[in-house]
Write a new protein. Structure first.
Lengths: 312, 493
């Protein structure tokens, strides 16, 4: 630092007096255009404070004379969007599944709306595209615990499974092992029997003697719900045991654990959360994932794979 | 500065000019304020060709959006239309969709080879006659001449002190320029929307903001480029003069001064002998007419756009003084060398280079025509669902899900059958269409139809990825389109 500004010999301009490793800075005046832009920016900031929400106050903020509000804009946008969609949702809510089958525009709307809601509320457990997860049923396949027609799916959505709805879908498999209803040996035997009646026998060799003993236990304890042949019963939410699809895993050990523990999952009732149109859209989206079944009463000819009773 | 002329004075002031080559090598500095160029009106063959080219090109530009072409109900009837809103490009009988943008690439390649070929044959013929910069500058100079008069009057006007007359002339010139500029911008936006509708909307103030923006933008660029910047665009902004040299060889024709015939130049008195001197009488008419402000007698120059107006100017003078025309003419470098060696000059248009450029041009053109002629109006894209990767079904079979995008680029809906190959025993189903087996869908007209597809493979399908192929076939015309995809099968868990 020097007292008197040092003058640069080449340019004839004073330096700032600072020196950084031999590099000095010339004390040139600011370019006029730069200065004017700087002043203009300051003026613009003041104008902005007046026009737009700007300064925080203790409990609120200065709202600005234009009355701009992002929050209100979003609310208005959502409202206008809901208004635009409302007629389609109304049409959807009052459409029968036959109406829906005839109306590609309605199908497309239902699929898009259903996919969106599914992504927000259902995918966490049931997986993207209804891929399912251990303990959470696959929705894309053709087996259903409570029925796979559009009406049945919608009803399940409305009342939930083991939920707080008065008409909720309810079934309870006993925990045969944990609650000492069956002995370890009996559980082993019934496991062998279940494998022997299911399609899993193609990959797991059941113990024939144990399976024969297990058949008796099965007849006493399991056939009430799962049926004498293991075909299951959708009325009581008992999955079919004949196929090779398992909600809690299809290995010998996993099947045995399910007999021991009788696990069962829970799905909330969505009736209070969604309006009728949204429920219909969601049901349609799940129905069209691949395993949707025809409505039962009119029973239109659908040569799709026979509606195999749910095993899971 | 002053050029002493020994030509007898005549009332015809054409022969007496004080012209300076402001962009000549000697006068050229690294940084310099632009000097105004006052191109004098040339008369002759090339000026007429340029007038004709200007009229034809401007007509094409301004009229094309107004041409109509019937495409049927509900579709635009504008012959040439770039419809960004609906993603379509219409050109008379051709209709292109966004995925066919490669035709535009083909067009650009064609344009590139075309300009290569024309350069190898005739030098900067594009610059001199067809470039929008040249055409609009020519038009602006025409307006300028109409209002302010020819070269000498314009120079006098610019030197004169400001008066009502001068202000009036200048104001009306700029007003006319602005009107032309606005019309140029206006015509541009008509290529992107229905012209009559947009025309009405523009004047009623209801056109889109982008329409006004582009009109404003093109008004500004037209006015600036053709009115005030002119030759600077060619000299400083355009890359073509630099690229140009690579396409030309010693046989390419370009506007050139015949040094062997013209030199030594000098003033010439009527009746004086032409023995022992060149034909150039140094009248500087070639400089006076040059819109680029150069002296062609300095040889090939970056600034020269080969507009050939100096040929017209020189030919007129040569006729007047009774010498053969062609002192400035389309000539090649090879000819100049041959003449210097005392050989006969000859023009060689057919050379390996021009044959190659011509062949490439023809090849790309043929490919484009073939592509357009054999263009399919049916296309299929299959997108495999990624979740779930596969679904096990109750009967032990395995299912994959797909979305078929059925693209129908024709005006009528079409019934198509969908089939899948490449997977033993595969069962195709479109749940929305109901029937299984032979899946038949309706591809809606002029649009994309989504069809959800399920493909099931029987129990025992090998785990892993299987290459499969979907085929879509028009039931009436038999036109087919295919899309490759994969079938993923899980193992025995």
């Amino acid at each position: 630092m020097t007292d008197k500004p040092e003058r640069d010999a080449v340019t004839g301009v004073d330096t700032t007096g600072h020196e950084w490793d031999g590099v000095k800075e010339l004390d040139n005046p600011l370019p006029r255009w730069w200065l004017y832009i700087f002043y203009a920016s300051i003026a613009a900031a003041v104008i902005y404070w007046v026009l737009m929400p700007a300064w925080p106050l203790l409990n609120s903020y200065t709202p600005g004379v234009l009355g701009f509000s992002d929050r209100r804009n979003v609310a208005a946008e959502i409202e206008s969007l809901e208004g635009a969609r409302a007629p389609m949702f109304e049409r959807l809510a009052s459409a029968s599944s036959a109406d829906l089958a005839r109306d590609p525009e309605l199908q497309q709307f239902a699929r898009a709306a259903g996919e969106s809601v599914f992504g927000d509320y259902c995918r966490t457990c049931h997986g993207a595209g209804g891929a399912g997860a251990p303990g959470y049923p696959v929705l894309a396949d053709d087996v259903w615990i409570w029925g796979g027609s559009l009406a049945e799916i919608e009803h399940t959505l409305r009342v939930g499974v083991r939920a707080d709805h008065p008409d909720t879908r309810m079934s309870q498999m006993p925990a045969f092992g944990r609650d000492n209803l069956l002995s370890r040996d009996q559980i082993g035997d019934v496991t062998e029997y279940v494998i022997s009646v299911s399609a899993a026998r193609r990959r797991i060799e059941p113990n024939a003697a144990a399976a024969a003993r297990g058949a008796i236990v099965y007849g006493e304890q399991c056939a009430v719900c799962h049926g004498a042949s293991g075909a299951g019963d959708r009325n009581v939410g008992a999955p079919s045991l004949q196929d090779d699809l398992w909600l809690y895993g299809g290995s010998r050990e996993e099947i045995r654990r399910q007999v021991e523990l009788g696990r069962s999952g829970v799905m909330p009732s969505w009736e209070r959360r969604f309006d009728a149109g949204t429920l219909r859209a969601l049901a349609y989206y799940v129905h069209q994932m691949g395993g949707g079944e025809a409505d039962l009463p009119p029973a239109p000819a659908e040569p799709a794979p026979p509606a195999a009773p749910a095993p899971e | 500065m002053g050029v002493t002329t020994l030509i007898p004075r005549r009332p015809d002031s054409d022969l007496e000019v004080d012209a300076r080559a402001v962009n000549s090598r000697a006068a050229r500095a690294l940084y310099k304020k632009r000097e105004q160029i006052y191109p004098k009106l040339a008369r002759g063959l090339f000026r007429n060709v340029k007038w004709a080219a200007m009229i034809v090109l401007l007509t094409i530009y301004y009229v094309t959006p107004w041409l109509r072409w019937d495409r049927g109900v509900g579709r635009p009837d504008q012959a040439v239309l770039v419809d960004f809103d609906h993603g379509r490009f219409y050109f008379f009988f051709i209709e292109l969709w966004p995925q066919e943008v490669y035709y535009i690439t083909g067009l650009l390649i064609l344009a590139a080879f075309g300009i290569f070929l024309s350069s190898a044959l005739f030098g900067r013929i594009w610059c001199g006659y067809a470039c929008p910069q040249t055409v609009w500058t020519d038009l602006y100079i025409y307006v300028e001449r109409l209002i302010e008069g020819d070269r000498n009057e314009r120079m006098r006007l610019d030197k004169a002190p400001l008066s009502w007359g001068k202000a009036g002339k200048k104001a009306s010139k700029h007003a006319l320029w602005l009107i032309i500029a606005a019309a140029t911008g206006g015509a541009w936006v008509f290529y992107f929307a229905d012209a009559p509708t947009l025309f009405a909307a523009i004047f009623s103030g209801t056109a889109s903001a982008s329409a006004y923006l582009f009109i404003g933008l093109l008004t500004f660029t037209t006015y600036a480029l053709a009115g005030t910047m002119r030759e600077q665009v060619c000299t400083y902004m355009c890359p073509w003069p630099r690229i140009q040299a690579a396409m030309m060889d010693k046989d390419a024709l370009s506007v050139a001064y015949r040094v062997d015939r013209g030199e030594p130049r000098g003033a010439h008195k009527k009746g004086q002998s032409w023995e022992g001197r060149g034909d150039c009488i140094d009248c500087r008419q070639c400089v006076a007419v040059c819109p680029q402000g150069i002296d062609i007698r300095d040889g090939d120059q970056l600034e020269c756009i080969n507009c050939a107006l100096c040929i017209d100017a020189c030919d007129a003078i040569m006729t007047k003084v009774g010498r053969p025309k062609g002192l400035i003419a389309y000539d090649s470098y090879a000819n100049q060398t041959r003449r210097a060696q005392g050989k006969v000059a000859r023009i060689r248009l057919v050379r390996p280079r021009t044959i190659l450029y011509g062949a490439l041009f023809a090849l790309v053109g043929a490919l484009m025509i073939y592509g357009l002629a054999s263009r399919q109006t049916l296309d299929a894209n299959v997108i495999r669902d990624r979740s779930p990767p596969f679904v096990r079904l109750a009967d032990g079979s395995m299912r994959n899900d797909y979305e078929l995008k059925l693209i129908n680029m024709s005006a009528a809906p079409r019934r198509v059958s969908i089939s899948v190959e490449g997977l033993e025993g595969a069962h195709l189903q479109a749940p929305d269409l109901g029937a299984a087996g032979a899946v038949v869908a309706v591809a809606s007209a002029d649009g994309v139809t989504n069809v959800r597809l399920h493909v099931a493979a029987p129990a025992g399908v090998l785990p892993g990825s299987h290459d499969i192929r979907f085929t879509v076939r028009d039931l009436e015309s038999g036109e087919t389109a295919t899309s490759a995809s994969a079938f993923l099968a899980g193992g025995e868990r």
